[in-house]
Design a protein around this ligand. Structure first.
Ligand code: NDP
Length: 434
């Protein structure tokens, strides 16, 4: 806290991690005396830069861009770019820190990074988005590359933005390499990348329930967000026979007691991915559904909750509301959507909880698979990628179990943190003092 006094999100992420990892370090002499935690909590470097661009009214705008290259111990830096007005160094450090251990859990050779800008894409024209992406890449291109740092999308950076960023990168670097992931399918993108985080999150939940001889069939699920992760989590929940009753955006949430079926979900895709409208429009078409302005979807009866919007969307109070509404499982699709107090509360109540660094690792896994395809100049079939995604999510589940199981219970937070840590820490020890 003294070292990073104005970085509450980063401090929160490190606190959650340290609570499981410090006792493990204390019990294992090889991690002691090598200052492993001090080294891991300091990014390799942070690049901060000015992005100047011109809006449609010919007014010059200035934003700040960042790339936090946190650790490349086990592979080149890898992690998304976020465009949102709330982006600052603390948010990107927390995301980059989490990314190190998430990427480690996948078993693929990927280090941890995150980047983005405080640019607000909401309400901007296509020309303005293009201008911003170009000027952002004008600086970022010097610091990335297929063996150096491979950015992807995150909040506010979807397929439109990745395509524009990749086009700019290709022009500026004068080479075609798989330096960004999440690209269009026509030029090196991977099948299933768009679906991977949401699908993977549901695969992880399926694995957790399987341990207890339970399934998602017939479970009432609340999902927050209506972006990339939320939409494809909802889609895979439908495949598994669950009933999805809510989705949201930053203005409010919709509650459809009858359930959001595939046809309704296709409408949400059109609304959010193509028309870029608000979730409230859903109720104009499906008038039995309710729209609740200015609230989050934790106040409705449910069996399982999938927070898929943003950090700290479930605090202690929301956790208590969910518990009183009957929730049995909480599976994070977003990064750090639950506060540490909420997580502690879920544990005490016996509510099964999956931390994002395990349950949302499907997206970066398929990004890793996209990099492999690009390096080989090949495209894999959808079935093969889906099988690989399911295999990786199961192997992450088993790693959480290996390090988090005691007396028949699995502490997924402890398991994910320690399993993610061990691979990175063992590698760092081999490198000596670096
Ligand atoms: P999108 O931009 O596609 O969607 C974000 C959704 O969350 C939108 O519905 C948005 O609503 C809502 N949202 C954003 N900020 C807030 C806020 N402050 N309060 C309430 N709602 C908000 O992003 P993604 O779906 O890609 O990302 C969602 C989460 O998943 C993030 O935490 C991200 O880091 C994480 N994640 C994403 C991965 C990916 O592959 N995309 C991989 C792993 C994790 P609105 O439209 O009103 O802004």
């Amino acid at each position: 806290k003294q070292k990073n006094p104005y970085e509450p999100e980063f401090y929160q992420a490190v606190s959650e991690f340290s609570a499981s990892v410090i006792p493990f370090i204390n019990a294992h002499s090889k991690y002691q005396d090598v200052s492993i935690l001090e080294r891991l909590t300091e990014p390799d470097r942070i690049i901060s830069f000015r992005v100047t661009w011109r809006d449609d009214n010919k007014v010059i705008q200035t934003n700040r861009g960042w790339r936090v290259q946190f650790s490349n111990a086990i592979g080149p830096y890898k992690g998304g770019l976020r465009f949102h007005p709330t982006v600052n160094q603390s948010v990107l450090k927390f995301l980059g820190f989490e990314q190190i251990f998430k990427n480690s859990l996948t078993g693929l050779p990927m280090g941890g990074a995150k980047g983005g800008s405080n640019f607000n894409p909401r309400g901007k024209s296509d020309d303005e988005i293009m201008a911003f992406c170009y000027y952002f890449m004008l600086e970022l291109h010097r610091h990335i590359g297929e063996d150096v740092d491979i950015p992807a999308g995150d909040i506010g950076v979807g397929s439109r933005e990745i395509d524009l960023l990749f086009g700019a990168y290709k022009k500026l670097a004068n080479k075609w390499t798989g330096t960004l992931t999440g690209k269009g399918l026509e030029f090196g993108g991977s099948l299933l990348r768009k679906e991977a985080t949401g699908y993977g999150c549901v695969y992880f939940c399926h694995n957790m329930l399987n341990v207890m001889d339970e399934s998602l069939e017939g479970k009432i699920c609340v999902v927050s967000g209506s972006g990339n992760v939320a939409i494809y989590a909802a889609e895979q929940l439908l495949v598994k026979g669950a009933k999805v009753v809510t989705m949201s955006d930053s203005s409010g949430f919709i509650y459809d007691k009858e359930g959001i079926n595939q046809e309704k979900l296709e409408y949400i895709k059109q609304l959010k991915e193509v028309d870029r409208k608000r979730i409230r429009e859903y109720c104009c078409k499906y008038d039995k559904a309710e729209y609740i302005e200015g609230a989050k979807p934790w106040s409705v009866p449910c069996d399982a909750a999938f927070p898929c919007a943003t950090q700290n969307e479930i605090d202690l109070e929301a956790a208590k509301t969910l518990a009183s509404n009957g929730v049995k499982v909480v599976c994070e699709g977003a990064n750090m959507p639950c506060s540490n107090e909420a997580i502690e509360f879920f544990k005490k109540q016996g509510i099964i909880f999956a931390p994002g660094k395990a349950s949302n690792a499907g997206g970066v896994s398929v990004s890793g698979i996209e990099q492999s395809q690009n390096a080989l100049h090949m495209s894999w079939e959808k079935n093969r990628i889906n099988q690989e995604l399911e295999r990786i999510m199961l192997s992450i589940h088993e790693k959480c179990r290996e390090y988090g199981e005691s007396n028949g219970d699995i502490d997924y937070v402890k398991g994910a943190n320690i399993a993610g840590f061990v691979r990175v820490a063992d590698t760092m020890i081999k490198y000596g003092v670096m």
